[in-house]
Write a protein that binds this ligand. Structure first.
Ligand code: HAM
Length: 459
């Protein structure tokens, strides 16, 4: 439950001690996470674990390797990659100067950092394509609302070194599989081609003359963009600009022959794969590094439109950052939004295996021995519940009953001295005392198929 701002002042802690003068703290602690950021509490982890498990198995099946990059990068990496005149760089990036005087920024997305890492570590010498998977938090200083946060989670799939459109289809198929495995329905891809640098030149001059003729109807920002980055006008969220943009020339009508062929073959692959898509000529995406294919993944459930992910080609990014020409394609999934959708549709959560054995102890020596016994069982992959902090046998047995375990192991003073354990079968009610070395075979016999043995065995 989110709680209202609770300001704890030092004086509150000593409120009962009337005699002490109340100190006013200059900087009261606000017990609330920063706006647009949230805790992911244990109650929600079942959804998050399910998402992580599906992502993990998908990236491995599709031949990706995991990469982790820092949350901070030098700020100019983002301005050079994402583009100066974009919403992200204009308004949303968290940037600051370090004590050492470096201009750094919290990553607003992953692609720039991954491209930087690709060049820095000479990944160009690896067999192509190089397929990289990444997951973590990203930060954008935007107005928070449902599904839009200032700290959010993304998973990214990026492929370097291939320009064939089959790769574009492959990443879209992968995204569709991930969402399908999470049982999300009503998914639709929005696709467009914004052409390469060559065909975009002539397209941009057409676009500029169109917007110049409508200059008066554009917002203040777009009037400026007309001179700096006219493609961004198509991405403006102001109603009047959306209206003007609806009549603007469309990129798909002005593609060069190669780009046209590339887009056409992508659509053929998507038809073949039966991936639901719609060509969206106004889709340009809010990041400057894209060329040719751009796409978004929309959830259209209940008549709403929620973008669960987006991506596209960035054939020039590596080169623009100083690497060798490396055509690339990738996409990012918004995990907070995916979890939101899973909750809304009551999708399956991951359930951790539950222990079927409880370990109770009585007395000082037994307590000491029981921690060792717990570790021995755990090494054999057997899940055991306990309440080591409790002293009384009654309360421990109550806990065992509540958990509904099949066996309770009891170690008292006598058992601790004799190196034995009492094994209480909670189903039949019978109990017997066994030597410690015979415990494991006995547990296995009682539990047979019921035994919860972890898949991994970290002896
Ligand atoms: P993006 O469309 O900016 O693309 O973000 C991808 C996804 O992240 C969005 O579709 C959305 O689900 C989620 N997302 C973005 N901003 C927020 C936010 N403020 N709160 C919650 N979720 C959000 C990129 O970031 C590209 N770098 C993706 C990419 C990877 N392109 C090539 N490779």
């Amino acid at each position: 439950m989110p709680r209202k701002n609770v300001k704890v002042e030092a004086s509150q802690k000593s409120a009962s001690k009337e005699a002490l003068p109340k100190k006013k703290l200059k900087n009261p602690i606000v017990l609330q996470n920063p706006r647009g950021m949230k805790d992911i509490l244990p109650g929600d982890q079942g959804y998050w674990t399910q998402v992580r498990r599906v992502l993990e198995s998908s990236y491995q099946k599709y031949g990706f390797q995991r990469i982790d990059i820092p949350v901070l990068e030098y700020a100019n990496l983002f301005s050079r990659s994402i583009g100066e005149d974009t919403d992200i760089m204009d308004k949303e990036v968290y940037s600051f100067k370090t004590k050492g005087g470096d201009e750094v920024a919290l990553r607003p997305e992953f692609t720039a950092g991954i491209a930087r890492s690709y060049i820095q570590h000479g990944m160009n010498v690896l067999p192509k394509p190089v397929k990289l998977f990444s997951i973590g938090q990203a930060y954008r200083y935007d107005r928070p609302q449902e599904g839009r946060y200032r700290e959010f989670w993304q998973a990214n799939f990026d492929i370097f070194g291939e320009e064939d459109s089959i790769l574009d289809a492959e990443v879209m198929q992968l995204a569709y599989r991930v969402l399908g495995n999470l049982k999300l329905k009503d998914i639709q891809f929005q696709v467009n081609s914004i052409g390469c640098t060559d065909c975009r030149k002539s397209y941009l001059s057409l676009l500029v003359s169109y917007f110049k003729s409508k200059n008066k109807k554009l917002c203040k920002d777009c009037k400026r963009r007309l001179g700096t980055n006219p493609l961004r006008i198509l991405d403006c969220k102001e109603d009047k600009c959306i209206q003007v943009s609806s009549g603007a020339p469309q990129t798909v009508d002005h593609l060069c022959e190669d780009c046209h062929e590339h887009f056409k073959s992508l659509l053929e692959y998507l038809d073949e794969l039966e991936i639901p898509y719609s060509i969206n000529p106004s889709l340009v995406r809010g990041l400057d590094y894209y060329s040719r294919t751009v796409f978004e993944i929309w959830s259209l459930a209940e008549g709403k439109r929620l973008s669960l992910g987006g991506g596209g080609r960035y054939d020039k990014l590596i080169e623009n950052l100083g690497g060798e020409p490396t055509p690339s394609i990738g996409f990012g999934l918004g995990l907070d939004r995916i979890v939101m959708e899973m909750k809304r549709t009551n999708a399956k959560q991951y359930e951790a295996p539950k222990p079927r054995i409880f370990l109770a102890q009585l007395g000082k020596l037994a307590k000491r021995k029981s921690l060792k016994l717990f570790a021995d069982l755990e090494k054999n992959g057997i899940l055991v519940a306990e309440s080591f902090g409790r002293g009384g046998l009654k309360s421990q047995l109550r806990t065992a009953n509540k958990l509904g375990v099949d066996i309770t192991l009891i170690v008292g003073q006598k058992e601790a001295l004799d190196e034995t354990v009492i094994v209480k079968n909670m189903v039949s009610g019978t109990q017997e005392t066994v030597a410690k070395e015979k415990l494991l075979p006995l547990i296995k016999k009682i539990m047979k198929s019921k035994l919860v043995v972890l898949k991994y065995n970290n002896k």
